[in-house]
Design a protein. Structure first.
Length: 209
């Protein structure tokens, strides 16, 4: 998959949603995935049912407020990480199982002046399945906060998790995931998690020594 294909299939739809992709700019040492958090790890969030009036507008407003208040990005620079499918397959394809083996990876983005994460972003199929039905993972450049969005049977849920790289719940899950022996598991994601965990362990030994 070439640069031009990725530009056409992924970067342009994201730009129309107000996200400018900054290629090859993910900070070194970024934890590859965030899963396994529990209630005690959550520091903020919101939920809206699908029948909420002005659903997309409300979702956008509350997402921006949460992003700024939690430290996902500051109101001046507005750069952060978003998890996108590797290659050019959409989030919809990953969710449906068509492209599950390829997994996802972080991409650095900048929020433009005109944006619509919950409408055009979700409709692009890279940040959800359709407008008003978003699904994504985002993280601050320094890894200090993770913002996750999911759609359920009755509505949309968004949560902010503080310092995911320090959460014992998340770390325990990642250790299990890295050694998960399942034929359909995303081996590349497992490898990245194992490398990150090993690097974290070495850093802990160095600082204690």
């Amino acid at each position: 998959m070439g640069i031009q294909e990725r530009e056409r299939k992924m970067y342009r739809p994201l730009r129309r949603a107000g996200l400018e992709v900054i290629p090859d700019a993910v900070p070194d040492g970024t934890m590859p995935i965030v899963f396994g958090y529990r209630r005690e790890d959550i520091v903020g969030g919101f939920s809206h049912r699908y029948e909420t009036p002005r659903l997309v507008e409300r979702l956008n407003e509350d997402w921006y407020d949460l992003a700024v208040s939690s430290g996902l990005f500051d109101d001046r620079r507005r750069e952060f990480l978003v998890q996108l499918p590797r290659g050019t397959h959409t989030h919809r394809a990953v969710l449906s199982g068509q492209d599950r083996r390829r997994g996802e990876a972080w991409t650095r983005v900048r929020l433009l002046d005109r944006w619509d994460i919950m409408g055009r972003g979700a409709a692009s199929a890279f940040l959800g399945v359709r407008a008003g039905h978003p699904g994504f993972g985002m993280m601050a450049l320094d890894g200090s906060v993770y913002v996750g969005c999911s759609t359920g049977e009755v509505g949309v849920d968004v949560v902010a998790v503080a310092h995911p790289g320090r959460s014992e719940n998340i770390l325990q899950y990642l250790e299990w995931y890295a050694s998960w022996d399942y034929p359909r598991a995303d081996k590349e994601s497992q490898r990245r998690v194992a490398v990150w965990l090993a690097g974290r362990a070495r850093g802990a030994r160095s600082s204690s020594g």
